[in-house]
Design a protein around this ligand. Structure first.
Ligand code: TYM
Length: 345
């Protein structure tokens, strides 16, 4: 008989040796194909190699005004979409940010270590305060500090995100180093994981601008819940330029963006795509891109609808996730509080 004494169950042992990834998305709208390309796609890839934690960042969402019932619904929508897009809840830890109060608690400590100037430099803060000029609240300003807390609480080694989060990751690294230096080594200094291709999917209507879930022009954005018809129509109406050939060049951002979406949904390289459409025009190209996106989105959307129809199971998955997340979070916060000088409770 094999001796089992002292041997950890395999999953537990793996969790102890694997490096950690953590990432999250705001439940402020349906998820877009941009978010999939820049982040979610890599979460799916990396979840087997790393101990993976993925949260729905509802605390971040209220930096912009939310309707409570809508926020509640969207938080579950986003969790269901993570799973529909390929996150395996038996492999990864899925949870809702506000269910782990340690995020806000660590954020406070980090708030007290961040310069006003550092937050003022954040381009996303500048952009958002321009688009939400009627509600430039302090939460919007300290948003990246809460994001740093999300990451540092789990000592994440790697954070898979799109290009627009690079600056926030830089701040997170600075805060980790600052705390470690000021007290003693506590936090892992995380690396961003920003893909070479797909880190910034552009708007279908203004290809020099990032595709955004909150674009007022809904033709600009493909959502992972869009119907086949909506996808076909958005791609067909996508703004390109007056050229005729299908070539990947930064000088023609509209065509380049569609080529990237074709690459993401079919796996074909840019060279293969150029060859496939050599001698053909924009109409044929757009039709193929539309069909490729439809073929990719349809099963995701259908799985999402099935998951969403069973809210109890979804909530049970999130309850299971939060237990593990809180365990890790509590340990880190306890250390941080102790080093900070708080009397132990
Ligand atoms: P959010 O919710 O705006 O977007 C989620 C992720 O999707 C990426 N993304 C894109 N990638 C490529 N092309 C696009 N057009 C595009 N649009 C969005 C984003 O870069 C992001 O990775 N602050 C974060 C959420 C967050 C977080 C965290 C992320 C909070 N805490 C901790 C990582 C770790 C945000 O607003 O993402």
């Amino acid at each position: 008989m094999t001796k089992m004494v002292g041997i950890l169950p395999r999953m537990e042992a793996e969790k102890l040796t694997k490096k950690t990834i953590l990432s999250g998305m705001q439940p402020t709208n349906d998820l877009t194909i941009g978010q999939y390309a820049g982040a979610l796609r890599n979460w799916v890839e990396l979840q087997h190699e790393y101990e993976a934690l993925f949260c729905v960042v509802d605390l971040h969402a209220i930096t912009v005004r939310q309707e409570p019932a809508e926020l509640r619904k969207r938080t579950l929508d986003v969790a269901a979409m993570y799973i529909a897009a390929g996150i395996d809840p038996d492999v990864s830890t899925l949870f809702i940010q506000s269910h782990v109060p340690e995020h806000s608690q660590l954020a406070w400590v980090l708030n007290c270590m961040t310069g006003f100037g550092e937050c003022s430099r954040m381009t996303q803060f500048k952009d958002k305060s321009a688009t939400h000029a009627d509600n430039v609240n302090v939460g919007l300003f300290t948003y990246p500090i809460l994001m740093a807390a999300d990451i540092l609480l789990y000592n994440a080694d790697l954070v898979p995100v799109g290009e627009d989060q690079r600056q926030h990751l830089e701040l997170t690294r600075n805060l980790a180093e600052r705390f470690n230096h000021h007290y003693s080594p506590t936090f892992t200094v995380p690396e961003p994981f920003i893909p070479k291709v797909g880190a910034k999917i552009m708007s279908l209507q203004e290809p020099e601008k990032k595709m955004s879930k909150s674009d007022a022009n809904e033709k600009a954005t493909i959502f992972l819940v869009d119907t086949d018809e909506a996808i076909r129509s958005k791609v067909k109406r996508a703004v390109t330029d007056s050229g005729t050939t299908i070539e990947y060049t930064e000088k023609r951002p509209g065509v380049a963006n569609l080529m990237t979406l074709y690459h993401i949904t079919t796996g074909k390289t840019y060279a293969e795509i150029e060859q496939e459409f050599s001698g053909l025009g924009y109409a044929e190209f757009k039709e193929a891109v539309g069909e490729a996106i439809v073929a990719f989105v349809r099963p995701v959307r259908e799985k999402y609808q099935a998951l969403r129809a069973d809210e109890e199971t979804l909530k049970a998955t999130l309850r299971k996730g939060v237990e593990h997340a809180r365990d890790r979070a509590r340990k880190t916060l306890r250390k941080v509080y102790k080093k900070t000088g708080f009397v132990e409770f």
